[in-house]
Ligand binder design. Sequence first.
Ligand code: FES
Length: 308
Amino acid sequence: MSTRVEFDRESTAEVTDLDQTLLEIARATGIPHIAACGGNARCSTCRVMILDGLDNVAARNPKEAKLADRKGFEPQIRLACQTKVTGPVRLRRLVIDEEDRKIAQSSGRKATGKDRKLAILFSDIRRFTSFAESHLAYDVIHILGRYFRKIGGPVLEHGGYIDKYMGDGIMAIFGLDSRDAAGACRDAVRAGLGMLEELDDLNIYLREQFDTQFRIGIGVHVGPVIIGEMGHPKKMQFTAIGDTVNIASRIESATKVVGCSMLVSADVCKLLGDELVQGRSQSVNLKGKTGAHVLTEVLGLNERQPGQ
Ligand code: FES
């Protein structure tokens, strides 16, 4: 019996010895497949992505399973040095040159990209720039520190991941630990409501000490994102990218247009149904996006008891 192994955009091998690994097949075909640890399931530089025929790939052996788990590989990412095939497959080498090798070897568990459906929350302090311009640098940083400490609490409490701070803004990701998009939305909305409560508390302090108070805008959207670690090896950061992230950011900006504290997209509304205590809905053109988006103000969340 023989079978075809196609290395995407490189070469195709007709394989008769199915006891060979993909690494051995690549090398026999003249493909310069990188294998820094010599095929011992220690480096992951021989990694490939199975594009077609995943059913024709033998299950991971314990050595590969251990490394794949440590690196957080999706099922289609396989170690060529450990993988054998039982039928036709099409695959792509993922480590092509020296630069790729360094990235593959230095990257941690979250480094490989994954497509996920997640909820993204953005928030921002209204008119913070004018506040910063009229206060001492010490006070600005002190208050921002106090603010982030306050509003970060509900994000973490509801399972969110604080992706980044952008001046006085914050981006958080929800749903990383589950596959339940409705649950991700629920947690994001709970966190948003918690942030508004914390802000009320902070405003008491700000009124007393600085004769001012903050208003914030919060936007939540749910949809497909690509997650993974990105950046220079000395400053890698786990993050999410994609249109869902951009839309969530635009929804946060739209709170200024609608004149409310928290808005969610129609997708979030649909997933949460009557759990969401809704205020106004408004059709808004989001900057840089085509078509109007119906956004809904969040007033609260009907917390269901277990079993309801
Ligand atoms: S060559 Fe190192 S893990 Fe395959």
